[in-house]
Design a protein. Structure first.
Length: 360
């Protein structure tokens, strides 16, 4: 590391806390983000998320009638916006596998807050089907897109995703998303020790000077099927050290309170990267995210064991006021802070719901 960097703290001071007050949860966190899983199916089988041994031919996915319809999703989203949500992200499973998801994007893009300001509407996709869909997504009103890509080397990429797709498909998707103006674009990579550590620098080199922000997410113990071990986590600090040795970095201030990714820029003007240190620098104290599962359950934490059913209410014909009251009550009693407890080694082992079901 260069001497100018020797005294760095790799992490800038904590973000200022989001606004507290009315509508906050049990730990004084406001509701700001809604993540919606639109399908539990995927065209890849990443071993850290949907390992083929578990999600094989015999795995029973949800039936169509069990999924929330676009109208039901939009109704829940509208109530969440009334309660403070300003950003919605569609995820899964692979969201582009949900038939006509562009129509859902269009419906959600029409929602605005009480001041008439449109909400931010984002999607996280593996990018495999993106080349043909990027234009329609943009036209439907998607404002942000994150693409997951853990390796550039085709053999490594296929090894990670169960061999179902070539890396060129994702790269073409990224190129098309840029071409149609689905920007600013982010590419997310999860690095596991001994698996794809060798891909850190190639990914950095590939996305420098492209206007795309590459972000490294620490490997997490989501779900109960990926056999997570702390030793397999390549920490954000380690990743930054490796990158900085080749391409010197300096920290960038957060854009808004509660920004999860810590931002860094290349000293030589090559652009920005980010790190999401979900394991080693838990950010539960500013977590403002609610999750809606494919079949209409609300989860207040990525590591929750149970959710609260909304589909029953929706299908029983309850009105919006009751729906809103129910969501508000769920948020109010929320005290989740799993990652902080994991860090302190005081959390109790429990069965966790799979990420593909509640939306990564
Ligand atoms: N299929 C889409 C995709 O891969 O972008 C959306 C769903 S996926 C569950 C969302 C994100 O979760 C991806 O960026 C993926 O890398 C990340 N993810 C899945 N399992 C993870 C784990 N165990 N630790 C950290 N990130 C994980
Ligand atoms: Fe599918 Fe995304 Fe999970 Fe990979 S991370 S298996 S692409 S849902
Ligand atoms: Fe939020 Fe739960 Fe993650 Fe903490 S562990 S940041 S509460 S989702």
């Amino acid at each position: 590391m260069t001497s100018s960097r020797a005294q760095w703290s790799f992490f800038p001071p904590p973000n200022p806390s989001p606004t507290r007050g009315e509508g906050s949860d049990g730990l004084q966190r406001p509701l700001r983000d809604l993540r919606i899983s639109v399908t539990d199916r995927c065209n890849l089988r990443c071993s850290y998320c949907m390992p083929r041994e578990v999600f094989g031919r015999d795995f029973v996915f949800l039936r169509r009638a069990e999924l929330l319809s676009f109208e039901e999703i939009t109704r829940v989203a509208r109530q969440c916006i009334e309660l403070g949500v300003r950003k919605i992200r569609l995820s899964g499973g692979e969201p582009l596998l949900r038939h006509s998801v562009e129509r859902l994007v269009e419906m959600l893009a029409g929602l605005s807050d009480s001041g008439g300001k449109p909400i931010e509407l984002a999607m996280t996709s593996n990018g495999v089907l993106l080349a043909k869909r990027a234009r329609a997504l943009k036209e439907a009103g998607l404002t942000r897109l994150n693409i997951s890509l853990d390796a550039l080397d085709d053999a490594v990429f296929r090894g990670l995703n169960g061999g179902s797709a070539p890396v060129t498909a994702v790269l073409e998707g990224i190129a098309e998303a840029q071409a149609v103006g689905l920007t600013p674009l982010k590419v997310n990579a999860v690095i596991r020790r001994g698996v794809n550590e060798s891909e850190i620098l190639p990914l950095v080199e590939h996305f420098r000077h492209t206007g795309i922000t590459l972000r490294f997410i620490e490997y997490m113990d989501v779900g109960s099927t990926n056999g997570w071990r702390l030793d397999d986590v390549v920490t954000a600090q380690e990743t930054l050290t490796r990158i900085d040795a080749e391409y010197p970095l300096r920290p960038v201030a957060p854009r808004y309170p509660g920004e999860v990714a810590k931002r860094w820029e290349f000293v030589d003007g090559g652009g920005e990267i980010g790190v999401i240190a979900s394991v080693t620098q838990a950010f539960c104290h500013e977590c403002s995210r609610l999750r809606l599962s494919v079949d209409g359950k609300l989860f207040t934490c990525l590591f929750a064991a149970e959710g609260d059913d909304l589909r029953g209410l929706l299908r029983a014909g309850e009105d919006d006021a009751l729906l809103r009251q129910r969501i508000a009550a769920i948020w109010k009693r929320r005290t989740d802070r799993y990652s902080q407890l994991r860090l302190a080694q005081t959390e109790k082992p429990h069965e966790k719901i799979e990420m593909s079901y509640i939306g990564g």
